[in-house]
Design a protein around this ligand. Sequence first.
Ligand code: SF4
Ligand code: SF4
Ligand code: SF4
Length: 485
Amino acid sequence: MVTANPIAEATVPTEALEPPWRFNLFARWPWLKRLVRMRSFQFLVILPNLFMFYLFIISALFGTPVGNRNIIIVFVWILWWFMLIAVLVPFGSRIWCTICPLPFFGDWIQRRAVIRVRTGKSPGTENSFFGLHKRWPKRLSNIWLQNFGFLFLATFSALLVTRPIVSAAVFGILFLVATVLALVFRLRTFCNYVCPISGFLSLYAMTATVELRSVDKDECLKCKSKACIRGSDKGWACPWNVYMGKLDRNNYCGLCFECVKSCPNDNISLFVRPFATSDVVVRGYDEVWKACIMLVLALTYSVMLLGPWGRFKDWANVSEARNWAGFGLFAAGQALLALVIFPGLYYVSIRLAKWYARADSVPTKELFLKYAYMLVPMGLLAWIAFSVPLLMVNGAYIISVASDPLGWGMNLFGTADFPWTPLRPHWVPFLQVPILLTGLYYGLRGLHKVGRRIFTDPAQLHRSLVPPAALLVGVTLVFLKLFIG
Ligand code: SF4
Ligand code: SF4
Ligand code: SF4
């Protein structure tokens, strides 16, 4: 029997939706399949990031404490963040997880190998793993820990993005926890249930223009080996405990491509698909709250960093302003908004939707979960709109720090003295507004799409859409006010 990742498996049927188009990349470019099938593929793509990570730690320990002169701050919080949220997630799903160095040592210890595969009989797999291989507690098999972890880190973001040593400490702790959990628990428990980055990657990967899926689900039904999840002599058991035969969302596939190596029927491929129209099923309260938290954080960050309210910035930046009362107010207000007020507003919009559509027979829970998809593209695009000016205003630091990564006065590429010149700052609103409106468009479109699964009567459908759509438009107006005044 195949026991798959409970998050990936928690099934609300994806009934009655016409499948969007998809384009088989492995069929078009066989070299790509050959590449990801190489046993050394993941090690080779992680290696440069391991080196970068080592450089970041060295620069945090021995480099300048001035944030915008230290590579860990500039490369992680300006370059990496922008690339992740604006490029890698929307166009590559969880491709960051393919190259992420954090689980490297955990994987290495569990497998006692970097490249080769060991066959064996570790429970539920056809591979041999080192470590206790315990199961993660069921009540923690969701993304609540990730929700709280991310909110906690976000509260201290002013410290994180200005103090190299704080950033290094957080990454060091994540490395350590990932490694220790790999010794105790099976597979990538850390990635599935603990990593604070994973929560928003999983949520926003739903919108991505690529997906890894089985080519023919009937083939999976006939398949005896289930090697994609159980592993084989060609590939390790899926580190995310995902069964390809039932995979229908990007959320919990870490794109490690082990299943592509192990599937004996050559039945897995990478597909290109339209943006934000394929995975539209939100499957649990943990995911709804993730969507709310992310949207609220995009809002509070925009207030703090882009708005004219210096007082909020001072409150958040406790290490400089030393205003602990203000910081307490900021932290409590942000948590309240993300965990109670905004989800509460969303709940009210769902109750109104039921009332207005006279949909007494539709369970509130069903509507609450399904309509939450509208927050996914909206949240992603709001984050991109927020991140654009960060790159345009601070991008010049990337060029200077590349030459002098530790702030020691080196000039490796001759660009150390590159002046801080914001890139076309007057263009910022002209970029932010269309990005935000794109988020609104895809949010409303997603809302309509999931609504069609619930209501067959068009009048009832449209009535049910009005309150949540009004909430989404309201959120957009708040962002617009923040971005263009
Ligand atoms: S889930 Fe987190 S630790 Fe795991 S690969 Fe992705 S980003 Fe890295
Ligand atoms: S993806 Fe491959 S290994 Fe997995 S069930 Fe389908 S055919 Fe079998
Ligand atoms: S690529 Fe395959 S093996 Fe890797 S996480 Fe996704 S489903 Fe699992």
